[in-house]
Design a binder for this molecule. Structure first.
Ligand code: DWN
Ligand code: ZN
Length: 412
């Protein structure tokens, strides 16, 4: 049980002025927010809630509920936890209030990078740009099925991933951290490239991760990181889930990198996953001019309207004129969150991933089926909205109506 939830329950039990309103009753739920916030204040006062990068104070900016099913656990009895987001203003770093043990999420992992042509084209283009020395060694952290590394044809590659996902490249089944880095270094030598695509958000101890980069990187090597960028967080609020501990900013990456002997050599805005940032880190103590520009811009950023935006979109989804058979498309992790928070009653969800088909959306009995079943629906909520173009093109034969999250919003 999360620390905040446990503390909230204690406070709740002690509160005699709500007699009869049990924690699990509808009445009790009404007061849950109050107690969660009280509990948060207590934990913050004793220093239990601190920024995981700088140790500074954080403040609550959004809540998606107290019992949100874990994404990527496609079972009706998926474990649940509170999902609340804090902000460290010093690092401009939104981060989860509490984390759940990574082993509960990443051991059996149904996500397959290769399910999206858009992503495959994206990583092929990235790899083609790399100019490497002879006998180069390339490591990818969170390598999943090997979709990225498989494009390196002239280098020795090694994926590092804790999950059971079958991979097309040699893969060390482990979490990447300083210890793993020393182990790889002693066996294979330093890495000329270390890729970390869509994985730094998932690591609850970023200092251990960056210490690992520093240990393994060749003196002339480059760490290339991709992660959803903070300015896509408000519109893409359904990417807030248990796996994503952080929503990284250039400010936070810069700070963390410098602490571990690395610097941002360049940053590049990329459209993948609804808006991401690519960071190139090298050894040294400097700051590129593009990094400086982004850092200055981030000082002006505000997340004050995030919670209101979520509530407005939930309200709009409740009012949406759904008609006929309504399904979902894309059993994405974010799709499970969007469905849960908006409480969408879907007949089924289409998804091309064989490992997800035959299962249910997290915490529900809504079945996940092969996309051929789209024929039976009149309307489809495009839960994998980040691959809208690809999915619409693939299903262009379908005469039904697409409902695209975050675009249907009428009022904020
Ligand atoms: O950070 C993460 C991101 C990058 O990937 C992870 N924590 C997990 C995952 O998040 P997600 O599950 O929200 O990612 P996707 O890639 O948006 O998921 C798309 C889903 O849609 C997949 O289940 C595959 C499916 N799909 C489909 O059925 N037909 C995708 C395409 C493109 C299609 O044509
Ligand atoms: Zn901080």
């Amino acid at each position: 049980m999360s620390k905040v939830l446990a503390a909230a329950k204690t406070l709740y039990d002690e509160a005699r002025y709500f007699p009869g309103a049990g924690w699990d009753t509808a009445d009790g739920r009404k007061h849950a927010d109050f107690y969660m916030n009280e509990a948060r204040s207590v934990l913050a006062a004793v220093g239990e809630l601190r920024c995981r990068v700088c140790g500074g104070e954080t403040r609550l900016i959004a809540s998606l509920g107290h019992d949100v099913p874990y994404p990527n656990v496609y079972e009706h009895d998926a474990p649940r936890s509170p999902l609340r987001l804090e902000l460290c203003e010093t690092c401009v770093l939104p981060q989860l209030e509490e984390t759940v043990p990574p082993a509960e999420m990443f051991t059996c992992y149904p996500y397959r990078s290769a399910q999206s042509r858009t992503y495959l084209d994206h990583v092929r283009a990235l790899v083609e740009r790399q100019i490497l020395p002879r006998d180069a060694f390339v490591v990818e952290v969170g390598s999943n099925d090997g979709s990225l590394l498989s494009h390196y044809t002239d280098a020795t590659v090694l994926g590092v991933d804790p999950s059971d996902v079958p991979a097309s490249v040699p893969t060390l089944r482990a979490y990447f951290n300083e210890r793993t880095a020393w182990k790889i270094l002693s066996q294979s030598g330093p890495a000329h490239r270390i890729h970390a695509n869509n994985v730094i958000a998932h690591c609850p101890d970023p200092h251990d991760l960056f210490a690992g980069f520093n240990a393994l990187l060749d003196d002339s090597g480059i760490v290339i990181i991709e992660s959803p960028y903070i300015d896509s967080l408000v519109e893409g609020w359904d990417t807030i889930y248990q796996e994503h501990v952080f929503y990284w900013s250039v400010t936070a990456i810069d700070r963390l990198a410098l602490e571990h002997g690395l610097s941002i050599a360049a940053v590049e805005r990329i459209p993948i996953h609804g808006g991401s940032m690519r960071y190139y880190l090298k050894r040294g103590d400097f700051k590129s001019s593009t990094a400086r520009t982004w850092i200055a811009w981030e000082q002006e950023m505000s997340f004050d309207h995030l919670d209101a935006r979520i509530r407005a979109e939930v309200r709009d989804m409740h009012r949406y004129p759904f008609e006929g058979v309504v399904c979902g498309y894309g059993a994405a992790a974010k799709g499970g969150i969007f469905r849960h928070v908006c409480d969408l009653d879907l007949a089924f969800v289409c998804d091309s991933t064989p490992e997800k088909q035959g299962h249910t959306m997290p915490g529900t009995t809504i079945p996940i089926v092969d996309p051929v079943n789209l024929a039976d629906a009149d309307m489809a909520v495009l839960l994998a909205w980040n691959f809208e173009d690809e999915i619409r093109e693939r299903e262009s034969w379908w005469p039904g109506t697409w409902v695209v999250p975050h675009r249907e919003l009428v009022t904020v």
